[in-house]
Design a protein around this ligand. Structure first.
Ligand code: CMP
Length: 136
């Protein structure tokens, strides 16, 4: 897909699978909470050990998650940075942009609000987080 920083938040939200099936009103409510953030190649988006203040959805591009013993690649539709928000623990990995990356940032406070509003979304994010914690 063409990279375009001017794409609206609603266009970007509709690219993320966990949001795709929601009705347009929910998508608009979510889009209002998400802030488009364009990352340059090799940018450090999340630093291991930092306090978490946001999580990120990947609308396009890919990132590298540098864990202690392994490296994981995440791409369009994936999300990261949720663990620190769910556990209150510091970031467990560095996350770097592999190329130009169009992200959607969700601040911790809005994350809590969104999860309270939407039990299905909460369950899907928690399932992925549980699986990651199990593997790390
Ligand atoms: P957080 O700890 O906030 O910041 C680093 C992020 O890396 C973490 O949240 C997860 O989103 C992500 N992460 C951790 N472990 C894995 C894994 N096994 N696979 C993919 N992503 C991971």
């Amino acid at each position: 897909p063409r990279l375009d920083a001017r794409l609206s938040a609603i266009d970007l939200v509709q690219r993320v699978p966990i949001f795709r099936d929601l009705d347009i009103q929910r998508q608009q409510a979510i889009a209002a909470l998400l802030k488009p953030q364009l990352e340059l190649p090799d940018a450090v988006i999340v630093k291991r050990g930092d306090r978490g203040d946001a999580m990120y959805f990947i609308a396009s591009g890919a990132v590298r998650v540098l864990l202690e013993r392994e490296e994981v690649e995440l791409g369009s539709g994936d999300f990261f940075g949720e663990l620190a928000l769910l556990t209150g623990q510091p970031r467990v990995a560095d996350v770097l942009a592999m190329g130009y990356c169009q992200l959607l940032a969700l601040k911790a406070r809005d994350f809590q609000r969104l999860l309270l509003q939407d039990a299905g979304l909460k369950a899907r994010i928690e399932d992925v987080a549980k699986e990651r914690l199990r593997r790390d």
